[in-house]
Ligand binder design. Structure first.
Ligand code: DQA
Length: 147
């Protein structure tokens, strides 16, 4: 059976739609999940979609993605800019990892311009609102097709 695409989300993304809508838009994380499920299904993949506010739990989910997933799309949220634990977890994976952001961190505060995750990712898609996730699914499909 084809392995699913894992889509993992870090802290505060459960508040999407309410949280700083001028930056992150008005769609909820459930909207993102539904959009991504459709996009994955069109490409013949299932998805596993999770969100957590807890760093260690995100590490657990990354390890699970490595064991059970075809690829990982990861929006680590604030942990992007702080977490060596998430970087180390990603370094253990052999599946493609795409880093995703709704906003464009490079155009925001200076502390957002460092990503611990980018060094362990195949690529980063940011700044396209929730369409960043759809673009990441496209990137995953192109990468898996080439493999
Ligand atoms: C974010 C960008 C991060 O800098 C921020 O901490 C988030 C969301 C994004 O999707 O734009 O929580 O990852």
């Amino acid at each position: 059976m084809t392995k699913p695409i894992y889509i993992l989300n870090g802290p505060n993304l459960n508040l999407l739609g309410q949280r700083e809508p001028e930056i992150y838009g008005s769609n909820t994380l459930t909207d993102v999940e539904e959009l991504c499920a459709l996009a994955c299904k069109k490409q013949g993949y299932g998805q596993v979609f999770k969100q957590t506010n807890i760093e260690g739990e995100l590490v657990d989910h990354i390890q699970e993605a490595g064991a059970k997933g075809a690829a990982l799309i990861l929006n680590p949220a604030a942990y992007t800019h702080t977490s060596v634990a998430i970087f180390d977890a990603l370094k253990t994976l052999t599946i493609p990892v795409i880093e995703v952001h709704i906003s464009q961190p490079a155009a925001r505060e200076s502390f957002r311009q460092i990503s611990y995750v980018a060094q362990a990712a195949k690529g980063t898609i940011s700044g396209f609102g929730i369409n960043s996730y759809l673009l990441a699914i496209k990137a995953v499909i192109l990468t898996l097709d080439k493999a």
